[in-house]
Design a protein around this ligand. Sequence first.
Ligand code: NAD
Length: 645
Amino acid sequence: MRDEGAQAVLIVCAGRTFFAGADISEFGKPFEGPDLKAICDLIDSSTKPVIAAIHGTALGGGLEVALACHYIVAVPSAKLGLPEVHLGLLPGAGGTQRLPRIVGVETALDLIVSGKPISARRALDLGIVDHLASEAVLRGDAIAFSATVVGKPLVRTRDRDDKIAAARGRPEIFAEYRAANAKAFRGFRAPEAIVQAIEASVTLPFEAGLEREWELFKQLESSPESLAQRYYFFAERETARIPDVQKDSVTLPIASVGVIGAGTMGGGIAMNFLSIGTPVTLVETSQEALDRGIAVIRRNYDASARKGRMSTDEVERRMALITPALTIDALADVDLVIEAVFEEMSVKKTIFAELDRVSKPGAILASNTSFLDLDEIAAATGRPEWVIGLHFFSPANVMRLLEVVRGAKTSVEVLATAMKLARTIGKVPVLSRVCEGFIANRIMKRRQDQADALVLEGPSPAEIDRALYDYGFALGPFRMIDLVGLDVIGRSATERSVVGDLVALGRFGQKQGGGYYDYDADRRATPSAVAADVIADFAVSRGIEAHGGLPAEAILERLLFPVVNEGAKLIEEGIALRASDIDVAAILGYNWPVYTGGPMFWADSVGLPHIVETLRRLEAEHGAAFAPCDHLVALAEAGRSFTRE
Ligand code: NAD
């Protein structure tokens, strides 16, 4: 840095924000200069104080630059964070070495491993920010602050030892942190590397720590986990792109919403709108059902208030936005209606015919149906272009996936509005055309079908669940059924099934009597001899001969390759726009492990020729359910992939 008589250097950015971090598309390619680490080094070693003045979002590399400065000034609305972990990476320009020296090891671990941004005020409390500036005059305030530090001895973060000295005396801190978070870290590579980098800040001199950090960064950068997570980062944003919907398409204002049905889904759906301050008219068939539904909403908000996530005033404000009603006529003036009643075509058709009668012109009429034909529902109205599917996932106030179902006649304007609205309520919209189960449920049904079939052939529920757990799913399909309840899962079954036989024995799942597993008082699952007998008995009734266990890899091929094949069919049929949309639906809707990239990205990693070959073998052994579809075969034969071009 040239010294031309300046007494201090102020780094302040024009526009919306301070440096907001790296250009993510640069990862994995040779970085274009200048090297951020060198910049941080230059700042750090300046003989004049360097002050960062932050507004907007100082994230990732942006915050690393600020951390290298001798002082940080920020406006209260600024956000600071190191979110690299979400891309399977770590801050590679000194962040893991400087932050612990400023805030101590425990806080640095929390901030970098969670990747969550913090407010400027919290950063002030933690000692990251030295001075809060006023929103309107950041530059002027920062200059005034600079004047107060000129001439003071310069303290470089690299030379600070006070905050990390404590950890030096308690090296087990890292082992404890790993043990406490083992479950959350499972399958991910970045959290462990971050712990190691922060450990290096304590055990190594600053320069050596920087080298260790860079070494770990490079390892992560080329890891399959980070490649998958970076792919996913873009995939989640890509879902918004629809060929015939322009970015600036006209959208309709949604100032009020009606929800029909205040059951499991209706209540959660309503909460999404209450949370953004949109009034909701909630329609039920009886006062009891209405009261019950509203009480559940209140319980949810009260629980958030108890955890300190919102004030009790806010709870009341949201509850006051609900207008309860016992007739659809109450929806005459709302801009959007979302129907969430029983999954029965006749009920839905009656409701949509009524909506057609009462709704104002220009109202969007949406159904939350999971499996029914949206076009048939739309045909019950005289305005099918205003009908759309909004398929929420349960719990609807929590799950981020929203499948936006485009009917044959849905207008572009209605579609554009729904896609935009999804983002407004914090969801990730994935576009689907009409088919049974849409995207996530349709592909994952293939996994369930094969789990149900395979369990009759010898591998136990525990072996099958274990294989999927080790792959990265939180729960295997049988643990999941036990959790949801066998009575719920088997409700619509028309023929004899293992689930039905278990229910007949009073086995309703984890909540009562056990299910595929037995449960102790602490709800710990152990393999069940009774369930094993029921399964064996059912297999005999079907003439299926059990032949013992299977290696985990064979279980995964049997259960997950059909999912990939179904995904390929969705593209072939034009139900899904692109393979990455299917990955987003699987990851957000079914907790498919994000570090695999989702079924389609994973399939590309496995290799499509291997998948086709395996499906053909399974087809020969077990029948047509495994026949690879034309699209999959064509890609494999052409040496192409779903996601890598
Ligand atoms: P639910 O049984 O919990 O709730 C349905 C509610 O609708 C009940 O409270 C019932 O009283 C009410 N209702 C029935 N007929 C009505 C009418 N004519 N007018 C007003 N209210 C009426 O069901 P749910 O699980 O919330 O499912 C609702 C819809 O959401 C279904 O189409 C289902 O397929 C879909 N869905 C469910 C889930 C899930 O996981 N539960 C997920 C996605 C979509």
